[in-house]
Design a protein around this ligand. Structure first.
Ligand SMILES: Nc1ncnc2c1ncn2[C@@H]1O[C@H](COP(=O)(O)OP(=O)(O)OP(=O)(O)O)[C@@H](O)[C@H]1O
Ligand SMILES: [Mg+2]
Length: 226
């Protein structure tokens, strides 16, 4: 199991590093002028930053999984957190001509959790919904508090996730074939699931052709008394 994970990591990191190396090598072997060297340096920095981010995300996943990274729990109002997350993604949705809707019943949705980690999990799901839904689509974010717990639902009208992919999308580095034209590292859902599970919750996905994809985050109740 550990060996398998290490092999994957080695492979996933080798690919982007090989690409960066290729850029540098090509420039070095050509009669590039100063400007072309500047461009090369900029590409190398950009590519390196992406790899550093991947490594940081991997570390966050392993530390959270193993319990080394402890949650910093405070009393949160998910209503606010979700509204902020939706506001943050408004410009991106507008750029892509996607309607981003927020649907929360009146009243606070209180939960004791780690603010930045819950924010990150919700953001990763909204990011995917916008990223994989084509122009003219709809992304709807809703949240509800039940006596038994809290549900946060992110639904999109994008193409349904392939049946062969659905059991793998929460795996580290896994990306659907159809998604390869879109930038990403395949770590977003693994991190989101790890963060939500650390809070005693879970994430479920339902996909059906013509009806899009629905990701449901569940968090344990009962909510704190208000
Ligand atoms: N809302 C969605 N609609 C369609 N496909 C999705 C959706 N969410 C996830 N997927 C599929 O699941 C895969 C894994 O998602 P994940 O968020 O883990 O990685 P990513 O988006 O490819 O990259 P990253 O999030 O690390 O930038 C995606 O590559 C895509 O194929
Ligand atoms: Mg993602």
């Amino acid at each position: 199991e550990l060996k398998q994970v290490t092999d994957n990591v080695a492979h996933e990191l080798r690919t982007p590093i090989t690409r960066i190396r290729g850029i540098a090598e090509t420039t070095l072997n050509s009669s590039a002028d100063r400007n072309e060297f500047r461009e090369m340096a900029a590409s190398v920095i950009e590519g390196s930053d992406r790899i550093i981010e991947m490594i940081n995300t991997m570390l966050e996943i392993t530390r959270t999984d193993s319990g080394v990274a402890e949650l910093v729990r405070t009393s949160l109002n998910l209503r606010e957190i979700i509204r902020e997350a939706v506001d943050l993604f408004k410009p991106l949705a507008e750029d892509k001509n996607i309607a981003l809707q927020l649907e929360i019943p009146p009243g606070d949705i209180l939960f004791s959790g780690d603010r930045s980690r819950i924010q990150r999990a919700v953001a990763n799901l909204i990011d995917n919904a916008i990223k994989y839904t084509s122009s003219g689509g709809l992304v709807k974010v809703s949240a509800r508090s039940h006596p038994t717990g809290i549900k946060v639902i992110i639904a999109d009208t994008g193409p349904a996730i392939d049946e062969k992919d659905i059991s793998h999308i929460f795996d580290r580095f896994y990306r659907g074939d159809e998604s390869r034209s879109t930038p990403g590292s395949g770590l977003g859902l693994s991190l989101a699931l790890t963060l939500i599970r650390a809070h005693g919750g879970d994430i479920f996905v339902k996909s059906s052709p013509g009806r899009g994809n629905t990701f449901t985050i569940t968090l344990p109740g009962p909510p704190l008394p208000s």
